[in-house]
Structures are given as structure tokens and as C-alpha cells.
Design a binder for this molecule. Structure first.
Ligand code: PLP
Length: 402
């Protein structure tokens, strides 16, 4: 990531096609929603209370009530205010959870933070103060050779959940791959964790009801040992830092205490405008009507561009595009590393993210780790089409020279 920033800064004047961004685009309908909610807040008698005062660590009461009633109605749940915590972004939630449930224990032992399917979100790499506590598992691969597509599955023959496990984390839909673990796979993971009372954090930063960046059907999962984690960063509020944890009150209480010590609470302005957007139903509507179709079309566009540009005789595979704002490519038997490929792509003006950054906690050698790239769907249609042609040309040369 540092290299990408330096390249873009140093290359002022040079036209790069930058398909590395994890920052969502600013869609006009989304920006308008937040402007409207801000106008509403400015005009309300709550403004001073919201902006000029500290609040509770658990979060702004109206936002918490709004989420509880929205989710109860939407998913037939029975949530009350004690089941919800608002955090300053979901990243801080993972940090609190990893160190509260995992890491160093009072008797000097280590509780593991388990990532059941690697690759996964690179931001999990540094969440634990005890680096060794993070343990990730290699997946199995469903490959469709003819179609040049594949899908990762958790490898339940290897996944080990024991009394040494502190908590489990995975993103669904996944950054970087766009994978969505099936209900059945999630059920198996929570069932493995349940006998030990191990919290399972389901990172739903791209899930429905907002931002609803799922292109195949998926149901959010809740449960006694599940902490359903959300973020408002992909619905236009990354700067306001708002994460949401939904879970049993005993787990929420632990996280709230950790958060009080860490940072007191999340931005109250952001929480207040979010409450308005959720209670009116506008946030879920905009997610379904604008955010989801926008990125879904980008994925189809990227898939078509790849299919027409990439040589059919090479072993390239696109991960099934089930959600999120990325495409994930695997080049089987790639003669160079992903980082070297990234450097060669830079030379022709294309920036993507080398895949090896997305295997935090996976210590074992696995060539696959050096054979993937993450491509962001935040480029324009022209950039994506041109970028895929550049990629195809470079990849062809790389395989031919080997
Ligand atoms: N989880 C996933 C899967 C993400 O992709 C991101 C950000 O890109 C985050 C968590 C962190 O988001 P937040 O802005 O809520 O801290």
C-alpha cells in the first residue's frame, strides 16, 4: 500500500490507471442522502446535544434504538439496546475484540484469533497486540477450468477450533475476493465455536441491508455466539468512523468496556445523521437501488473485459464475483511473484494490489499466496477495460518468457 501511495505521488503527470483503491466512489445519490440528513440535523433541536456533548460509550441512544427496531422488523429478531454497540469504525471493533477475547491471557497463555479462510481482509493483520495469536487457515478451491473461474471454501478438515481459540473473524462478503461464505459454511463455523463459547465476528462491511454489496442471495447471520459487525464506511461515511456490533449483551458489554478505555466513543455527528438515514429507510433503499447495481455492473464489465482480453490457453482464474467492490484473480503456476507482476504492471501504467498482502496469519508456505492480484471496481468503465487489456498483455509475456 505504501508503495502504491509513493508511486502515485512520484508519478505526478504520469497517467496511471489506478485499480488499487479500497475507498468507495462518491455516488451522487449517496452524497445527497448525507447532505439531506445533515440539513435535518442542523434544523433540529438535537443539534447542540449531539455535537457539543460527550455521550455514552455504547453510542448515540437514538441510533441504537433505530438499529434495534430496524433489524427486529427486517430479520424477525428480538434485539434490545443492550445488544448493540457503536464503535469508531469497524476496524476498532476488531481491535477491541481481538485483544479482549484473544491474545495474552491473565495466566500468560495465548488465545488465538482464528481466520477460518485465508485470504481475507489485510486489516486483520495487525489487530492483535500479540502477532503470533493470529492464525489463518488455507482454503480449498472449487475451480472451473473452462470458465476460468474459481471459489474458495473453508477447509473443515483442517480448521481447528479448541479451548485455545479466543475468537473467530471473517469478512462476508469478503475483501479481497468477493467470496460469500454460504449459510451452511457459516453455520458449521458457529457450531464449532459454540461448545467453547467462542465469539464469531462476522465482518459484514459489504453485507445487506447496507451497503448491500452482495450480488448473490445472502442472509445476515445472528446468534448467541455471533457478533454481527457492520460499517457505514461503504455507504458514504468512511470519514465519520461508524461501526456497529450486534450480539448478545454479555459480549457487547465486554467490547463496550474496552472501547471506553480506548477512545470513549464514536463521532456523535456521524451517529446522528446515520440514525436519520436508517430510520427513514433511505439508507437501505439507496444501497439496494444505487450502490449494489453500480458495483455489480462494474464486476460484469470487468469479467467481460477479462474474457475478451485474456488468452484462453493460460491458467488464469477469476474468483466468483459474489459481492464487495473487488475482483480477485489467480494466476496458476505464475512464473514470477505477485509483487514482481505488480511492478511490471506499474511500468505499463496499471496499478493493482499484489495478493500476498491478504494472507495475514497464514504462516505456511503456499505458492498460491504469490499468485493473486486484487483489482478494485472503483475505476471508470474505460479504465477497467483498458486496464484488463494491459494486464492481459503483461501476463501473456510473463508466461511466454518462462
Ligand atoms: N472490514 C473490511 C472487510 C473492510 O474492507 C474494511 C475497510 O476497507 C474494514 C473492515 C474497515 O472499515 P471501517 O472503515 O469500518 O473501519
Amino acid at each position: 500500500m505504501k508503495d502504491i501511495v509513493e508511486t502515485l505521488q512520484a508519478g505526478a503527470g504520469k497517467q496511471f490507471i489506478n485499480l488499487s483503491a479500497g475507498n468507495p466512489l462518491i455516488l451522487p445519490e449517496v452524497e445527497q442522502l448525507w447532505r439531506d440528513c445533515t440539513t435535518e440535523l442542523l434544523a433540529s433541536s438535537e443539534y447542540g446535544e449531539v455535537v457539543c456533548r460527550y455521550g455514552s460509550s455504547q453510542g448515540y441512544a437514538y441510533l441504537i434504538e433505530t438499529i434495534a427496531s430496524d433489524f427486529n422488523r427486517r430479520y424477525g429478531l428480538d434485539l434490545n439496546n443492550n445488544n448493540i454497540l457503536i464503535t469508531p469504525g469497524s476496524q476498532s471493533l476488531y481491535f477491541c475484540a481481538a485483544n479482549a477475547f484473544g491474545g495474552l491471557t491473565t495466566n500468560g497463555g495465548i488465545k488465538q484469533i482464528v481466520l477460518p479462510l485465508s485470504p481475507d481482509y489485510t486489516g486483520y493483520g495487525g489487530i492483535c497486540l500479540f502477532q503470533d495469536a493470529l492464525v489463518a487457515y488455507k482454503p480449498t478451491l472449487d475451480v472451473e477450468e473452462e470458465a476460468h473461474t474459481f471459489k474458495y471454501r473453508p477447509d473443515f478438515s483442517q480448521l481447528s477450533i479448541t479451548e485455545r481459540t479466543g475468537c473467530i473473524i471473517f469478512s462476508r462478503p469478503s475483501n479481497p475476493t468477493g467470496n460469500i461464505l454460504t449459510d451452511n459454511e457459516v453455520g458449521k463455523i458457529t457450531a464449532l465455536a459454540s461448545p467453547y463459547n467462542i465469539p464469531v465476528l462476522i465482518d459484514s462491511a459489504y453485507a445487506p441491508p447496507f451497503p448491500a454489496l452482495n450480488y448473490t442471495d445472502m442472509k445476515p447471520v445472528f446468534g448467541d455466539n455471533v457478533i454481527h459487525c457492520m460499517s457505514l464506511s461503504k455507504v458514504g461515511l468512511p470519514g465519520e468512523r461508524i461501526g456497529i456490533a450486534i450480539g448478545s449483551s454479555r459480549l457487547i458489554q465486554v467490547l463496550e468496556s474496552f472501547q471506553t478505555n480506548l477512545c470513549i466513543h464514536s463521532s456523535r455527528y456521524g451517529q446522528a445523521i446515520a440514525a436519520n438515514a436508517i430510520s427513514s429507510g433511505a439508507l437501505a433503499n439507496i444501497s439496494e437501488q444505487f450502490i449494489r447495481p453500480f458495483y455489480q455492473k462494474k464486476f460484469t464489465m470487468l469479467e467481460d473485459s477479462l474474457n475478451s482480453a485474456m488468452p484462453k490457453n493460460l491458467p488464469w482464474f477469476l474468483h466468483r464475483g459474489e459481492g464487495a467492490i473487488f475482483a480477485w484473480l489467480w494466476f496458476k503456476d505464475l512464473p514470477i511473484t505477485d509483487y514482481q507482476l505488480y511492478q511490471q504492471l506499474k511500468k505499463v501504467g496499471l496499478i493493482v494490489v499484489p495478493g500476498s498482502t491478504f494472507f495475514p496469519g497464514l504462516r505456511e508456505e503456499w505458492q498460491h499466496k504469490q499468485q493473486c492480484l486484487r483489482i478494485s471496481l472503483t475505476g471508470s468503465n474505460e479504465e477497467i477495460a483498458k486496464g484488463m487489456k494491459l494486464l492481459a498483455a503483461v501476463v501473456q509475456t510473463v508466461y511466454q518468457l518462462s
